[in-house]
Design a binder for this molecule. Structure first.
Ligand SMILES: [Zn+2]
Length: 84
């Protein structure tokens, strides 16, 4: 479902954005080398491995360049509806 955005910094931009999809990769690393020992999908991580809880999308304003979580842009749009 689409969500309106408004940049919380310049407060003028509702149309021009760069949207960055954040896709978590679950890995087990060799503690000495940092090499990936195992790549896991979200369903197969062990119970003590905390799943990713961050934003699914980052958004950068195409006018002022502010980069923040999608929720920040969406909340600003909700709190400042367009005048009609
Ligand atoms: Zn902006």
């Amino acid at each position: 479902m689409a969500t309106p955005y408004l940049c919380p910094a310049c407060r003028t931009n509702r149309t021009k954005f760069a949207v960055i999809e954040q896709v978590p990769q679950y890995v087990k690393l060799d503690p000495d080398t940092g090499n990936t020992v195992e790549l896991l999908d979200a369903a197969s991580i062990d119970p003590l491995h905390i799943p990713y809880k961050g934003s699914l999308r980052r958004v950068q304003c195409g006018v002022c360049g502010l980069l923040d979580d999608e929720q920040t842009f969406a909340a600003t749009a909700r709190n400042h509806p367009r005048g009609r």
